[in-house]
Ligand binder design. Structure first.
Ligand SMILES: Nc1ncnc2c1ncn2[C@@H]1O[C@H](COP(=O)(O)OP(=O)(O)O)[C@@H](O)[C@H]1O
Ligand SMILES: [Mg+2]
Length: 197
């Protein structure tokens, strides 16, 4: 089998890890690579940024280790899961890119209540979601690849999985979802409360 390499990106909390685990549990030959874990395993974590409340990753070390890993992953479908996966994955090996999305007010609740992020950290991430940051990075780094966005707002992991597989079977020749959170917030100003806390 000629394996595929699929970049799974999106703002933290959009459901990358939940979806990748689900895909790997349902399909033989699919491998989930969580970049947070991988970065630690290959000693690419070089510190902690207290103000941003996040680990500092050495991109060079991570990219080199990932290139080696991907080159050696023959005959499997590899899901590279991380919010910066589009930036560090070896472009020539990548087949497709999935960008998971989540409506800002729902993402805020996931990050605050489920992930227990601080207000500042949750706000920074929600702002990235509103400004399409991960989608933009995918477009910049993986310009010639098929990039599809799926909105996970109010949808179960199982349903997202079904939509992903439909798309995968079509070789990512599917429309996916077009999101415009600025437009959503303009039409639903009451949902913006989290931004002004
Ligand atoms: N459709 C969905 N797909 C994936 N996760 C979802 C979905 N709906 C709700 N969730 C929840 O959102 C959270 C996403 O967490 P996680 O998968 O760790 O995200 P990420 O890896 O992108 O940071 C989990 O608590 C998960 O149960
Ligand atoms: Mg994750």
């Amino acid at each position: 089998m000629k394996g595929k390499v699929i970049v799974v990106t999106g703002t933290p909390g959009t459901g990358k890890t939940s979806l990748c685990r689900y895909i790997a549990s349902k399909n033989k030959g699919w491998v989930h690579l969580d970049l947070n874990r991988f970065a630690a395993e290959v000693n690419a974590i070089i510190g902690y940024d207290n103000s941003l409340e996040t680990s500092i990753v050495h991109m060079g070390i991570l990219k080199r280790a990932l290139l080696k890993h991907v080159s050696n992953s023959v005959g499997v479908h590899l899901l590279i899961d991380g919010h910066y996966a589009a930036e560090v994955s070896p472009v020539k090996h990548v087949d497709y890119c999935l960008v998971l999305r989540c409506r800002p007010d729902v993402l805020w609740r996931r990050l605050r209540s489920v992930r227990r992020y601080s207000e500042d950290k949750a706000r920074r991430n929600v702002e990235s979601e509103i400004t399409d940051y991960c989608y933009l990075m995918a477009k910049l780094h993986l310009k010639r690849k098929r990039i599809v966005q799926l909105d996970t707002t109010g949808i179960s992991v199982g349903k997202t999985y079904i939509r992903f597989m439909e798309c995968y079977r079509k070789g990512f020749k599917c429309r996916g979802d077009i999101v415009d959170w600025v437009d959503f917030l303009l039409k639903n100003p009451g949902k913006m409360g989290f931004l002004f806390r």
